[in-house]
Design a binder for this molecule. Structure first.
Ligand code: 5GP
Length: 223
């Protein structure tokens, strides 16, 4: 792992309507981009077939969630499609201590809360090509009861309408392309000058000291 690629504890918020495909994109990006950590949320939603406790979510009761929330254990939390979801502080702090960047896969309300707390967080919105594609993806997934599916589709429009609250919009028309774009956003954000100050200082230290009376040479663009 080169220190240049090492994360700096950036918070990368990724939101989309339900069925927008952010889960798949994030899985791809975690396989290709080094030094990324994923924050496992708490939820009061029941596990879907195939979901694993501690990997996909921490599945908890409403009482457990409320205890954690009231104790200040969440960086942000929201009620989404009728269930509670929250990002534990501990997940983010652990990743940041390890110098990793953290991906938060959260809804638009959570994204707004994170931005209020940490203005430097990067917010990415994944948009489906159309309502029809979203509906097909959700129906194909088959994980929601009809009423829940309808509710998620109804909420989708309001979620997309909040696109202005995000720094980047990625069209998820083709998974490979969209995942490459998300990775590109992360790499570009890592390269921002304020995040590379330490690197530049390290490189500068390798240069011979400036000779007396020669401090300005090379600064006028001439040879
Ligand atoms: P799902 O039930 O489909 O797993 O998630 C429903 C919505 O809740 C998705 O938009 C998902 O990103 C969001 N979500 C998951 N975890 C969190 C969280 O910790 N906080 C917030 N605010 N939303 C979350």
């Amino acid at each position: 792992m080169s220190s240049e690629s090492q994360g700096r504890g950036m918070l990368i918020v990724v939101s989309s309507p339900s069925g927008g495909g952010k889960g798949t994109l994030i899985r791809r990006v975690r396989q290709t981009v080094p030094d990324l950590s994923y924050s496992v949320s708490w939820t009061t939603r029941k596990p879907r077939p195939g979901e694993v406790e501690g990997r996909d979510y921490h599945f908890v009761s409403v009482a457990e969630f409320e205890r954690m929330r009231d104790g200040g254990g969440f960086l942000e939390w929201a009620c989404v499609h009728g269930n509670y979801y929250g990002t534990p502080w501990s997940e983010v702090e652990r990743a940041q201590r390890a110098g990793l960047d953290v991906i938060l896969e959260i809804d638009v309300q959570g994204a707004a809360s994170v931005r209020r707390l940490a203005a430097e967080a990067i917010a990415v919105f994944i948009i489906p090509p159309s309502f029809e594609t979203l509906r097909e993806r959700l129906m194909h997934r088959g994980s929601e009861a009809p009423a829940d599916l309808e509710r998620r589709l109804r909420n989708a429009r309001f979620e997309v309408e909040r696109y202005c609250e995000f720094d980047y919009i990625i069209l998820n028309d083709e998974v490979e392309r969209a995942a490459t774009q998300l990775a590109a956003v992360i790499y570009a954000e890592r390269a921002r000058r304020p995040r590379q100050e330490a690197l530049v200082r390290r490189v500068l230290e390798t240069f011979p000291p400036v000779e007396q009376g020669n401090a300005q040479s090379g600064q006028n663009g001439g040879s």
